[in-house]
Write a protein that binds this ligand. Structure first.
Ligand SMILES: [Ca+2]
Ligand SMILES: [Ca+2]
Length: 127
């Protein structure tokens, strides 16, 4: 189980709003955040919803409200599975529904929040 230093989260948030970076640097930062993304240890469904929305917009680099294959940080079957209408792009609706569905699957005791333990169960499922 990994714990996340608060400072790391803060710096990631600061980077989101930082000005003065070149577009290329920002893109590299967005890739890093998307690829190495680790949410806080306990998260409510509401927080999760706004977090996945922020993540969607971080991935949607051209701002067309669609995450296309070239905007995904890597080929990730869990992400491409979100593309319900199979048009090769993930809309914000597809993204939101898929991510909230994932939250509800992981929320083993249905208390509306995800703990690190519940998230760790997902890690075990992947292997
Ligand atoms: Ca896009
Ligand atoms: Ca789609």
């Amino acid at each position: 189980m990994r714990s996340i230093p608060a400072a790391l989260l803060l710096s990631a948030c600061a980077a989101l709003t930082a000005c003065g970076n070149t577009a290329k640097q920002e893109q590299a930062e967005a890739d890093k955040r998307a690829a190495g993304f680790v949410p806080p240890s306990v998260m409510s469904r509401l927080d999760y919803g706004s977090m996945v929305e922020r993540r969607f917009h971080a991935l949607d680099r051209d701002g067309d409200n669609m995450v296309s294959a070239d905007e995904l940080p890597r080929q990730d079957s869990r992400l491409t599975a979100l593309d319900k209408d199979k048009d090769g792009r993930i809309s914000s609706e597809e993204w939101g529904q898929g991510m909230i569905g994932r939250f509800d699957r992981l929320d083993a005791n249905r208390d509306g929040s995800l703990t690190t333990d519940e998230r760790a169960a997902e890690g075990r499922m992947k292997r």
